[in-house]
Design a protein around this ligand. Structure first.
Ligand SMILES: CC(C)(COP(=O)(O)OP(=O)(O)OC[C@H]1O[C@@H](n2cnc3c(N)ncnc32)[C@H](O)[C@@H]1OP(=O)(O)O)[C@@H](O)C(=O)NCCC(=O)NCCS
Length: 149
């Protein structure tokens, strides 16, 4: 059982969010990820809480689109989902979806588009989560091939 709530960055919440980001970085499942500091945390932020402990979080920020693309016009109001994380032992139980839905509902009040980039190594599963589960539309991808022998 868990509940999802909007977070305020008090001392204990901030410390726990930073701790979770450290656990995430140590999992080594996301390219280029490092643990957060206070300055990295953004609002709005939602937390999933189980037995009084934060077990997952989602946060992001609003921005105005400067560079248009084929879907989003210049000047559109957007919400970037910066981070979505659930502790490994609580995964695949709907916590991530609940966090996504909560922050989506909030973003809908202020923005016309929700955007995100992902560097999750298990890209097939994360694309399935966002596109099949959360109704996000795939836009583009950055691919790399090392050419050194
Ligand atoms: C992505 C994540 C937030 C989903 O949370 P969750 O509570 O497991 O989500 P739900 O239970 O609502 O949905 C489960 C789906 O999430 C995806 N998922 C679960 N674990 C995953 C992982 N390690 N990597 C990528 N996708 C994962 C799968 O699509 C899964 O469906 P499946 O169980 O049928 O394969 C969570 O897996 C996580 O924290 N992953 C590591 C951090 C991460 O990659 N965050 C996304 C950054 S863009």
């Amino acid at each position: 059982m868990f509940t999802v709530q909007k977070a305020t960055f008090d001392e204990s919440t901030t410390a726990r969010l930073i701790e979770l980001s450290r656990i995430w970085a140590d999992e080594n499942i996301t390219f280029g990820l490092r643990a957060n500091t206070n300055e990295d945390l953004k609002e709005p932020c939602f937390t999933a809480v189980s037995e009084g402990e934060i077990i997952g979080y989602a946060f992001g920020h609003y921005y105005e689109r400067e560079h248009p693309n084929s879907v989003i016009k210049k000047g559109s109001r957007c919400f970037e989902l910066d981070e979505l994380y659930v502790l490994p032992r609580f995964r695949s139980e709907g916590v991530g979806a609940a966090l996504f839905r909560a922050i989506e509902k909030e973003a809908r009040q202020n923005a016309d588009f929700m955007t995100l980039t992902t560097a999750t190594k298990d890209w097939r599963r994360i694309l399935s989560f966002y596109s099949d589960g959360m109704e996000m539309v795939f836009h583009d991808a950055y691919l790399v091939k090392a050419l050194e022998e």
